[in-house]
Design a protein around this ligand. Structure first.
Ligand SMILES: Cc1cc2nc3c(=O)[nH]c(=O)nc-3n(C[C@H](O)[C@H](O)[C@H](O)COP(=O)(O)OP(=O)(O)OC[C@H]3O[C@@H](n4cnc5c(N)ncnc54)[C@H](O)[C@@H]3O)c2cc1C
Length: 365
């Protein structure tokens, strides 16, 4: 019987797994090398969506992730970390518009909500957008999408889990004997016995896998996120404009991002002129942003397994060691984390987790 699960990593995945483990009646200990929410989950665009995600099973997994956020938000009074305010997206060129048109047709075909809006309808939704920045029509709107505040979600989940949270103590070893992980060893010298272990170490998941003798190939990428100072702009939705992606970030701040700036990450920081370009693109969209300054620039590292799809659930050759690792974790964490927790406690999740098994890469050393 699995009575105690050690969860490695206190990002959105670790918090979601721990909350599900304790809700199902077992004990959880969450160990983080730093502070909860201090990893990728603290530096993410965290747009909840299943927009253009392939194959179909992965699209459906993300839709289930969105539904899980909706359910949790409905269950918890004042759960204002979840913002299902919709997403607007348009293209700059005919070719890009054709790609968007195909994406909208594809998701509609899957039964996902999407519709086309014209400029006037968009200005009803987002009145502080500059009309001149918008095309006359051909603006895609995905009303069930939105964004989450991951750090506040993590706070809620960990508090609800009632798990022991070990902070600032990295996992440096795993005791593996008889084909099972028996304990987790920490930098402090502490050893924590475990009936099951879940690797939720985000971009560092491969290093934890190595401690278990497993090779998990990752191709993580870094992204730049620009946070403005609080500004009196009416911005409620996620907006994907051609040169900048924008969403609110609470307290009147806006978060600006675009894949164009990801190349600006250097080992010694972020290229300032590129950040200026993103801010200029933001101001061209929301003129009220001229009153804002850049409050912070964060670099997040996307945890991306080698084929781009999640790695979830038990490892066949080490059955009490489990993964909960993916990009799009802000969208997926509650649903996928729950499936992984159920499996860690002995419930077979072969149908749901079949496409995401570690064995598709497996080389057990
Ligand atoms: C720029 C950017 C944009 C993104 N946009 C979106 C988006 O729009 N929508 C979306 O759904 N997703 C998005 N993502 C992805 C999403 O943010 C991640 O998938 C998610 O945050 C990963 O959460 P996690 O819990 O797996 O990892 P993390 O939040 O990184 O948590 C892992 C934790 O493990 C800890 N850890 C690491 N090594 C050890 C160790 N040895 N011992 C103990 N603890 C350890 C770390 O300290 C960390 O706290 C984006 C990511 C980035 C970077």
């Amino acid at each position: 019987m699995v009575a105690h699960v050690v969860v490695i990593g206190a990002g959105v995945y670790g918090a979601a797994v721990a909350a599900s483990v304790t809700r199902r009646g077992a004990r959880a200990t969450v160990v983080d090398a730093g502070a909860p929410g201090g990893g990728t989950s603290g530096a993410t665009f965290s747009w909840t969506n299943s927009c253009g995600k392939q194959p179909r099973s992965y699209h459906d997994l993300n839709v289930s992730g969105m539904e899980a956020h909706r359910r949790l938000a409905a269950d918890v009074p004042h759960s204002d970390w979840y913002h299902e305010t919709g997403n607007l997206e348009w293209a700059a060129t005919d070719d890009e518009h054709e790609v968007l048109r195909e994406k909208v047709a594809g998701v509609l075909d899957y039964g996902y909500e999407a519709r086309w809006l014209g400029r006037a309808e968009v200005l009803d939704l987002e009145p502080d957008l500059d009309p001149a920045a918008l095309p006359d029509d051909g603006i895609a709107y995905f009303p069930r999408e939105g964004w989450v505040e991951p750090t506040r979600l993590i706070g809620h989940l960990l508090s609800r889990a009632g798990a022991e949270v070990v902070r600032g103590d990295a996992v440096t070893g795993l005791d593996v004997t008889g084909g099972e992980v028996r304990a987790v060893r920490l930098a402090s010298g502490r050893r924590i016995g475990a009936d099951a272990v879940v690797d939720c170490a985000g971009p560092h998941a491969g290093r934890i896998a190595e401690l278990a003798g497993l090779a998990l190939p990752m191709r993580n990428t870094r992204g730049v996120l620009v946070y403005t100072s609080p500004v009196a702009v009416a911005a409620a939705r996620v907006v994907h404009a051609p040169h900048v992606h924008v969403r609110p970030d609470g307290g009147g701040r806006l978060l600006l991002h675009t894949p164009d700036v990801d190349g600006a990450v250097r080992d010694d920081g972020v290229d300032g002129s590129t950040v200026d370009e993103v801010v200029a693109a933001g101001r061209a969209l929301y003129p009220g942003l001229r009153d804002a300054t850049v409050e912070s620039v964060r670099v997040g590292e996307r945890p991306v397994p080698d084929d781009g799809l999640p790695v979830l659930g038990r490892v066949a050759g080490l059955p009490n060691f489990h993964f909960a690792v993916s990009h799009s974790g802000a969208t997926l964490c509650l649903h996928a984390g729950d499936l992984v927790a159920a499996e860690a406690l002995g419930e077979d999740q072969a149908d749901a987790l079949g496409p995401y098994r570690f064995e598709r890469f497996a080389t057990v050393r």
